[in-house]
Every structure is written in C-alpha cells, then in structure tokens.
Design a protein around this ligand. Structure first.
Ligand code: GDP
Ligand code: GDP
Length: 441
C-alpha cells in the first residue's frame, strides 16, 4: 500500500525543489487549467522497497497577499488530512520565521508522523545552522540540501519506516463506509448527490477546493452509513476531463478512498462498459480486502431489449474472471433509478464481509464437499482434508487442516472457495483460504 507524504512549509523554503528531486516521473500533476491541481502537485517516489506518493503543497496560488497566506494555511490543513507523513520544511538560510512558528503550531497537533526538514544545508557549515530549529518543538531537524541531494537518503529512511502499517482511519463507530470509485465522468458525484438529495460540492473562493469532509454521513431508508466520495475535491467545471493529470488525480483519490472503505462501489458508464482502467481499480479493491459492488450507471441511455442487462452482466463477469459472484446493479443516478437498491446491496455486502460461519455447520457442509470431490493424489500421496475453521480476520478467512498443505493445487482451492460461496454466500467479498498441516496447530 502506498503511503502519502506531504511537503509543507512557507513559500521559498524549497518544497518544489525537494519534490522534483524525490519524484521519479517529472510529469507530476501540473495542470494550469485545473482549479484543483493548481494548489498541489503529486508524484510517485521510490526508496528501498517502498513506493509512495509525494504531495508538494506549495505554489500556484494567485491573488492578494492575504488570499495567498489564507490559501497556504488551508493547504497545510488539507495536507495534514490527506497525507500519512508530513515533511515540515524550513530554511537554514533564513532561520526561524514567524510563519514557521505558526505552521509548527498547526502541524504539531497532527497525530501523524512529522519530520522537520532543514533545507538548504548545502555544506558542513550550514549543517551547524539547524540547531535553532529545536525551538519549534518538533524534535530533531533533518539537514537536507534539495539542490545537491545531501541528507535526503537519511530523511527517506525515516519516512518509509514511519508509514502506518494499518492505515484505517476515519469514523470507527461500526457503520459501513462506502466508497464510490471509477473513472472521471461515470457519475460518482451525481450518485452521491442523488443519495444525499442535494449538491454538496461547494466551491470556496480561496483555493478552489471544497471544504467538505471526505466522509458524509448517509442515513435514510433504514440505511445508516458513511459515503466516501473520490470526486469531492475535483471541480469539474475547471478540470479538463481529457487531461492525464486529472486521471492520475482521481486514481490517487480512488486509492485513498478504497483504503478507507469497507465496501467499494465501482461505477461504470453503461455506454463504455468495463475497461482496463476499471480492472486496475477493481484489482486494488480486491487486493485491499474490500467488499465490491459494480454499478452500471447511465442505464437510462441504453436502448433496452429483452436480455440487455443479462448480456451486459455476462460480459462483465467474463472480464473479471476468476472473480465471481460480484453483485452488479444497473442504475441511473440522473433519474434516481435503483440507487436505493444499490445501497441495499452495499449493506448486504458489508454484512457478508463480517459474517462468521459456526465451525460445526462449516464442517458439516464442507466435509460433504471434499468427500464428493477429493483432491487428486500427487506423486502417489493421498491428500486428505480433515477439518476447517473460519478464523477472525478483516475478510472471511478459512483454515483447512490437511495432511499435505503444500500439495493442494490451485484448482482445488478454487473448488473449495466455490463450495463456500455456494453454501454460505459471501457475495461481493474476497475470501482467503489457507491450508495447514493437521498435525500442527
Ligand atoms: P518553495 O516555494 O518552497 O516550493 O521553494 P522552491 O523549491 O521554489 O525554492 C525556492 C528557492 O530556494 C529557489 O531559488 C531554489 O533554487 C532555492 N533552493 C531550494 N532548495 C535549495 C537548497 O537545498 N539549497 C539552496 N542553496 N537553495 C535551494
Ligand atoms: P464523476 O466525474 O464520476 O463524479 O461524474 P459526474 O457525476 O460529474 O457525472 C458526469 C456526467 O455524467 C455529468 O454530465 C452527469 O450529468 C452525467 N450523468 C451522471 N449520471 C448519469 C446518469 O445516470 N444518466 C445520464 N444520462 N447521465 C448521467
């Protein structure tokens, strides 16, 4: 899972210089025509086995002096919200400035790891200038030269070591969290707005972003949950929909939303069907162990014949194989058709994900399954399965005890999974199956 590192600090300390040094692909999101990307730059970086995303919060803010400062302040808050690790940058040549102190007060309150980066420490003499930054109360400053690269290795060592191993956050009151993900323009915002009954994208004049929290409480029709919208910060009126940068941005938002949700709604545009980008997102959902519902939106635009939905479903299932049993709902966010049905299916998937099958019932059913179809003998060895139990985990996880755990073939594992699904459901939920030696516990 990729962590997100945000570089914050006042103007001219060298944020964008460090950013450019860290990112591998210099084509970070820099799109002057978009209101969103103007105030942040994104890129991916790599250090000793870790991939991560870097955000440069600087620059691209226009307007009066007051507006400028206000916008930067807001960026610091947004960065703290969205990032996993904060690099708080100061400049050894200027020493501590009033705005540094102000930002330090904000950043210090963040529960996330914060590293104080003392930039422009280009040589040994300048390394001695870092001590003054202890007054910010942010621990040891890391001397760095963004221009020549010195100190960046030491910094990245501690950054990657501090990535959260369990990035789940947000409300923990036990209500389902739903993410709406998919390519730009499939109708994510329209659906969220239709569910909430109002348009919650409000442009703020300062930076062109919305102030909405990424989580919106959704209660209605007996469903109590949180909605996570990936399009919330994107101002469609000002984003060129064809831009690669926008695509990258929404992918980034998708990854974050997927990390935070219980169940993801992967939205498709009925006129486009399921394409490779959708499969990438789908893969991210499944490998993150999240529940999945596919929503085929804009169904109102389709000319319907007798089996249109069934045929459409068959094509999707073919493309997502070997995944199976993923619920697919045909909706129209515009006409508010079956949007409640979609939510109900999402809630079902949420419950399926948390379902536990009693061990006795599990063994009764699965014993019949492995007796009806025994694993093939391998190199003259007979494989027997003795016992199965569901163990506590984030996704339904089953432990099968056998005399030869290493000899179980992939297709037999799939058979067991299909039997579990056929008998117990788990629709829209990834299942984990492990085999263990029956003589060990
Ligand atoms: P930002 O506004 O924080 O993004 O700062 P910039 O990255 O635009 O840098 C501001 C100025 O500081 C530019 O002139 C950079 O060349 C210079 N600068 C950035 N990093 C270093 C550094 O490590 N050493 C020195 N000597 N100058 C630097
Ligand atoms: P997002 O980028 O995924 O958030 O997509 P939007 O919600 O901004 O929708 C993109 C465009 O598709 C807008 O012009 C919507 O009006 C339109 N749209 C969304 N849902 C539907 C739908 O169910 N039917 C039709 N015909 N158009 C829709």
């Amino acid at each position: 899972m990729r962590g997100i590192v945000a570089i914050v600090g006042r103007p001219n300390v060298g944020k964008s210089t460090l950013f450019n040094r860290l990112i591998e692909d210099r084509k970070a999101i820099v799109d002057d025509q978009s209101g969103v990307t103007r105030d942040r730059h994104y890129g991916t970086s790599h250090w000793i086995g870790s991939d991560f995303i870097v955000i440069d919060t600087g620059g691209y803010v226009h307007g009066s002096e007051d507006m400028f400062e206000a916008a930067i302040r807001e960026q610091v808050h947004i960065a703290i919200e969205e990032a996993d690790v904060i690099l708080f940058m100061v400049d050894v040549l200027t020493g501590v400035m009033p705005l540094d102190r102000e930002f330090a007060n904000v950043v210090r309150k963040s529960k996330k790891p914060v590293f104080l980066v003392a930039n422009k420490a280009d040589n040994y003499e300048r390394d001695q200038l870092i001590y003054e930054f202890y007054e910010l109360g942010m621990g040891d400053p890391y001397p760095v030269s963004s221009v020549n690269g010195s100190g960046t290795g030491e910094l990245l060592d501690v950054v990657i070591a501090s990535f959260p191993t369990d990035p789940i956050k947000g409300p923990e009151d036990g209500l389902p969290k739903f993410a709406f993900v998919g390519r730009p323009n499939v109708g994510k915002s329209s659906l969220v707005n239709a569910l909430l009954g109002h348009d919650r994208n409000i442009v703020t004049p300062i930076s062109g972003t919305t102030r909405d929290s990424i989580y919106t409480r959704y209660s209605g029709f007996g469903i109590d949950s949180y909605l996570i919208d990936t399009a919330g910060l994107r101002k469609k009126a000002r984003v060129r929909e064809s831009s690669e940068n926008v695509e990258f941005y929404s992918t980034l938002r998708s990854i974050r939303a997927i990390e935070e949700c219980d169940v993801a709604f992967l939205m498709l545009d009925a006129s486009q069907g399921l394409e490779s980008q959708d499969l990438n997102i789908l893969h991210t959902i499944v490998t993150n162990g999240k529940g999945l519902v596919i929503l085929v939106n804009k169904w109102d635009l389709m000319e319907k014949k007798t089996n249109t939905a069934r045929d459409f479903e068959a094509v999707i299932n073919e493309k997502i194989a070997p995944l199976s049993g993923i619920p697919i709902v045909f909706i129209s966010a515009m006409d508010k058709q079956r949007i409640l049905k979609a939510m109900q299916v999402g809630v079902e998937v949420y419950h399926e994900k948390n379902k536990r099958v009693p061990t006795s019932q599990l063994n009764e059913v699965m014993q019949a399954a492995w007796q009806a179809h025994r694993p093939a003998a391998i190199r003259g060895k007979f494989i027997r399965i003795k016992y199965v139990t569901q163990i506590p985990a984030k996704i339904p996880t089953f432990l099968f005890f056998t005399n030869h755990p290493k000899l179980i073939q992939e297709n037999y594992k799939r058979y067991l999974e299909n039997q579990l699904r056929a008998n117990f459901g788990f629709r829209g939920v990834p299942i984990n199956i492990f085999f263990r030696d029956k003589n060990k516990t």
